[in-house]
Ligand binder design. Structure first.
Ligand SMILES: [Zn+2]
Length: 541
């Protein structure tokens, strides 16, 4: 359904591409009108404009609604193909009544011999006027020809072709109400969302429908719907493992993120993943970071949907939906808050970093001639590695720690943590990586904040090669910031396509996106999308 929604409401950019293409193929400049209908179907337009044919149909409908074009229809575009040989047509023509003969000759003159090998379009009214044939005479003749298996005929309206009704103008001056168009899209998304919630809700389905139609009488439950008949009505199949805990964890994260992030980041925080965004915003120091590390992304996704259906969180309906807590959620969270403290927080730890901290502790112990455990316990060290506190307050909040550690040693650890999440660490993993030096150099520049094209320019190497470097790096364990490398719009399109076509290869992506983006840019976007969506690339045979 998402796919069809996207196709029904194409991006403005795609609509513009189609508009320009329609006039470009006819060679009509701004300010001029088209004299002949455009005889291309949506498939041909699609490949010419480089956008999906389903989006072409949607955009043409939009043009039609605002009186910019008219599909075949009244303009009289029909399609014809002769289904027999030229000799047979001649022989046939010699043996029919004069009124039908007249039509057949007019047809042959209008569409020419081309219609003997492929379907041809022609303007019926124009032909009738030119050869002084009545519509009735024409239609009767066409029926006879079809019956005699001489032609295959599609009357006007049934065939493609576009009549361009207005002169060409700059796209921005088109009389199309785009805000209204995309508002319809938002509405459609919201409706779809309601259907989804109806599907997943474990509350009484009848009550859901009553509420939708704003009927107040939904006390009790019907006792007959799938929710009411279910033996464990309050739990979804995968959530029997601590569903209530997840519900609280989600609320806890939402209260800390205050509606600023989307499902992806919320999930990363819950599980305790160290994605670039988490590192950049320092979210590893959040209280609820890693609170649900025992769960996987699928379980979190179900729990988020359930929380949404229970109206304790809200997911906004736009391109980058953000998750926020509702007032009901807030009330529940306030009530439940103490229980969060009880749950033991276990966190995923980067063992390489933990080793570094252990090493640091030994160094400090050597200097002060103490045993390492006196400085800080192994358990505390693990918690530091897992939560990455940046100051004394955070440090005290996560673990039992001695005053002497706080005053004498903690600054060394804060420095190590800053280095770990700062640029230095990022290049540590680069140094230890066994990628070829030339790839590492491209990664190093990317990490300095250069865009893809800046790297190409700086290194003076062709874009294709740089793109392959970055593709390799992205597919490895190295972390690269997507936002600085490639455009958001490009990435959004690629990601969306990959969501629906998980096995798509670069060539298909190129066909989908058309000539707007360079192959090299698409390659990088594809690598990021695959990584984000956990799509493994099969080795070439
Ligand atoms: Zn029910």
């Amino acid at each position: 359904m998402d796919f069809f929604l996207e196709a029904t409401y194409p991006d403005k950019h795609d609509i513009e591409l189609l508009y320009e293409t329609i006039y470009d193929v006819q060679g009509i400049a701004v300010g001029n009108r088209s004299v002949a209908p455009l005889l291309m179907d949506s498939y041909q337009l699609s490949s010419r404009a480089g956008i999906r044919s389903i989006a072409v149909d949607a955009a043409v409908s939009l043009f039609e609604r605002y009186g910019i074009v008219r599909r075949g229809g009244e303009s009289g575009l029909a399609t014809i193909q002769f289904t027999t040989s030229q000799d047979r047509v001649k022989e046939y023509a010699a043996n029919i009544a004069a009124d039908k003969q007249q039509v057949l000759i007019a047809l042959l003159r209008s569409v020419g011999a081309g219609a003997l090998s492929a379907p041809m379009m022609f303007d019926v009214r124009e032909m009738l006027a030119k050869h002084d044939i009545a519509m009735e005479q024409f239609e009767s003749a066409m029926r006879t020809f079809e019956y005699g298996r001489i032609v295959r005929y599609q009357p006007p309206g049934a065939s493609g072709g576009l009549t361009l009704l207005l002169e060409r103008m700059p796209f921005s001056r088109l009389p199309i109400d785009f805000p209204a168009f995309y508002e319809r899209k938002e509405r459609a998304i919201r409706k779809l969302d309601i259907v989804e919630r109806y599907a997943v809700t474990t509350d009484c389905k009848r009550n859901f429908i009553l509420q939708y139609f704003q009927e107040d009488d939904c006390r009790g439950s019907c006792g007959r719907c799938s929710s009411c008949m279910s033996t464990s009505p309050k739990k979804l199949p995968k959530l029997d493992r601590d569903g209530e805990f997840l519900r609280q964890a989600i609320l806890s994260v939402c209260s800390e993120t205050a509606g600023r992030f989307g499902v992806g980041v919320i999930t990363d925080i819950l599980i305790g993943n160290k994605s670039p965004k988490i590192l950049r915003y320092g979210m590893y120091s959040m209280k609820s970071y890693g609170i649900a590390c025992d769960f996987d992304a699928d379980e979190i996704a179900i729990a988020l949907r359930q929380a949404q259906s229970d109206s304790i969180i809200e997911i906004s309906a736009d391109h980058f939906p953000t998750v926020s807590m509702t007032s009901l959620g807030f009330a529940i969270a306030k009530n439940l808050h103490p229980s969060f403290e009880l749950k033991q927080m276990t966190i995923k730890i980067d063992n390489r970093f933990l080793e570094k901290l252990v090493h640091l502790r030994s160094e400090l112990a050597n200097i002060d001639k103490l045993s390492p455990e006196t400085i800080v316990s192994d358990t505390a060290l693990q918690r530091i590695a897992g939560t990455l506190p940046m100051n004394r307050e955070e440090l005290k909040a996560i673990t039992e720690i001695s005053d002497i550690f706080l005053t004498r040693y903690s600054s060394h650890f804060f420095a190590a943590i800053k280095q770990y999440i700062g640029t230095d660490t990022e290049n540590d993993d680069l140094k230890s990586s066994d990628l070829p030096p030339t790839i590492k150099e491209s990664v190093r520049l990317a990490r300095q904040g250069m865009s893809f094209w800046q790297i190409v320019e700086t290194r003076n190497i062709d874009p294709g090669t740089i793109a392959k470097h970055l593709e390799t790096a992205i597919a490895s364990t190295l972390i690269l910031e997507r936002e600085t490398l490639i455009g958001e719009e490009l990435y959004r399109q690629v990601r969306q396509y990959i969501v629906h076509n998980r096995r798509a290869v670069l060539r298909e992506l190129r066909e989908h996106c058309g000539a707007r983006y360079q192959m090299s840019e698409l390659r990088i976007a594809l690598a990021f999308a695959r990584k984000e969506l956990n799509i493994a690339v099969l080795p070439k045979k």
